[in-house]
Design a protein around this ligand. Structure first.
Ligand SMILES: Nc1nc2c(ncn2[C@@H]2O[C@H](COP(=O)(O)OP(=O)(O)OP(=O)(O)O)[C@@H](O)[C@H]2O)c(=O)[nH]1
Ligand SMILES: [Mg+2]
Length: 197
């Protein structure tokens, strides 16, 4: 079904899963290391510059942010994992928040895993892939910030990552992407439309 992604708007933030509502539609969550470009990608999908707050400083997103695409389809911007300029206590709280959301959310049908093409396949990325397989939810991978490297590096890196992922699952799609330049956005939107069927 064709989706009007331009109509996407910010719905709400939650800091604790007790604040989650019961939702009868479906949610797709954006996961990945801090600074990989999750929030920028949601802005790119919505075709708005600041619907989700982005930052050069890792650890910008500390809450779970919900965006409504249609009244039964939402995008969810999760905080990133890994290095970030926040205290250990806040970091732990954020990890628990992500874990609780992923494990309890019945309407979560898919993950968009965002990796920096220059620094992919962190141990937490692999955990996300294995989590999706175990839970039988969809997952697709974006190799983001491709604008920062040459086309030959993009192709080489993509092949290495595809070979590796193929050894884990034969059903995971991987796209070269740039949320800054909007390269690959049509592939992403098409996949989300398929997921929303
Ligand atoms: N060159 C380039 N920069 C990008 C791209 N995507 C994101 N960035 C930049 O990377 C930085 C981090 O982007 P965010 O979207 O805030 O990253 P995030 O994954 O949401 O980070 P956290 O909220 O900290 O987990 C920002 O300075 C973005 O402008 C891209 O495709 N190319
Ligand atoms: Mg963010």
């Amino acid at each position: 079904m064709k989706i009007k992604f331009d109509s996407t708007f910010f719905l709400k933030s939650v800091s604790d899963i007790s604040q989650l509502d019961i939702f009868n539609g479906i949610e797709v969550a954006f996961v990945g290391a801090t600074n990989s470009g999750k929030s920028t990608t949601i802005n790119c999908i919505a075709n708005k510059r600041k619907i989700s707050r982005t930052s050069k400083i890792p650890g910008r997103t500390q809450l779970i942010n919900f965006f409504e695409v249609t009244n039964n389809f939402r995008l969810v911007d999760l905080p990133g994992y890994g290095f970030s300029k926040v205290s250990k206590l806040i970091k732990r709280k954020i990890e628990i928040l992500i874990f609780n959301y992923l494990n309890s959310r019945k309407c979560l049908i898919g993950l968009v895993l965002i990796m920096d093409i220059r620094n992919p396949l962190k141990s937490s990325d692999l955990k996300m892939i294995l989590f999706a397989i175990k839970k039988n939810i969809k997952i697709l991978i974006l190799l983001n910030k491709s604008d920062k490297v040459s086309i030959s590096f993009q192709k080489k890196q993509c092949l290495i990552i595809k070979n590796y992922i193929f050894s884990i699952s034969k059903f995971i799609k991987i796209y070269i992407f740039s949320s800054l330049k909007k390269n690959g956005i049509d592939n992403l939107k098409k996949e989300l439309e398929k997921w929303n069927k």
